[in-house]
Design a protein around this ligand. Structure first.
Ligand SMILES: Nc1ncnc2c1ncn2[C@@H]1O[C@H](COP(=O)(O)OP(=O)(O)O)[C@@H](O)[C@H]1O
Ligand SMILES: [Mg+2]
Length: 256
């Protein structure tokens, strides 16, 4: 475990059981995990191993069945729903496989929406921040486009802007490149590497070894347990190929 003062997000003995099925589905079986401030952590594992359930349980999107989750010293699992929602809105960013943008709003207004909800009194500040983000991630020129008028890669970069607009402490991504071709995947991963170098803590689920190779550390989930982890250290473009090979070999050992 890292030094406590470096840890931003921590979970202990985390369990999750879905009672909507008969018999109930026990998906997380006691997970201990500490994410360091500024770390880029990737979660891997076979389909159905509980990756999304873990991400949702540690991000307050869903309630775990047991155990606790702490973000910057505040225990999410003991908060009431409105307080969890507030923490999610003000301290967390989310990126999914799909952008989930509203089709009646243009790209810019979709990006602005959650941050304006979080800080309605600071409209000018939010708009300036979103402008800077769209510039940084190369989508400034499509800000007035409808969501069907941009590429999948542009849409995911817009999701990244939306996730960062509220200046989150931590960003969660569940298979953010899962619906993209390889050139768009590279485009989105470049953007996420940039987010990471900007100092934002990043927790990403992926099944793509090349995407996982960008991380500082990979943890591997099997049947709802963390069974292995690998420290990769800081990613560089020059080292990308070698790291991909390393991750690929590590995963092959596990039968991934
Ligand atoms: N809402 C739910 N109700 C019942 N079972 C679920 C629900 N969500 C996921 N599961 C089950 O939990 C297991 C883990 O799912 P998930 O966390 O989505 O895994 P992964 O993201 O690794 O593919 C799977 O067997 C899945 O069918
Ligand atoms: Mg999943």
């Amino acid at each position: 475990m890292p030094q406590t003062d470096q840890v931003t997000l921590e979970c202990e003995s985390l369990t999750k059981t879905y009672y909507s099925t008969d018999p109930p589905t026990q998906v997380l079986n006691g997970i201990d995990l500490a994410v360091k401030r500024g770390e880029f952590l990737v979660v891997m594992g076979a389909s159905g191993s509980g990756k999304s359930s873990l991400l949702y349980s540690i991000s307050g999107m869903d309630r775990p069945t047991g155990g606790n989750v702490t973000l910057e010293g505040r225990e999410l699992t003991s908060m009431k729903d409105p307080e969890v929602s507030r923490v999610r809105l003000t301290s967390m960013g989310f990126i999914f496989q799909q952008a989930y943008f509203l089709s009646n709003l243009n790209i810019q207004d979709n990006i602005l929406l959650p941050a304006l909800k979080a800080t309605p009194k600071d409209k000018a500040g939010v708009v300036a921040r979103v402008d800077a983000l769209m510039e940084r991630f190369g989508i400034e020129h499509v800000k007035r486009h409808g969501i069907t008028q941009v590429s999948g890669g542009q849409l995911q970069r817009a999701s990244i802007c939306r996730a960062l607009a509220g200046e989150p402490t931590i960003l969660f991504a569940d298979e953010p490149t899962g619906a993209l071709n390889s050139s768009m995947t590279a485009e989105v991963m470049d953007a996420l590497s940039d987010v990471h170098s900007g100092g934002t803590t990043l927790v990403m689920v992926t099944h793509d070894p090349a995407c996982a190779a960008r991380a500082d550390r990979i943890v591997y989930l099997k049947d709802g347990l963390l069974v292995d982890s690998r420290e990769l250290g800081a990613w560089t473009k020059e080292d990308a190929k070698r790291r991909e090979d390393e991750v690929f070999a590590w995963l092959s050992e596990k039968g991934f």
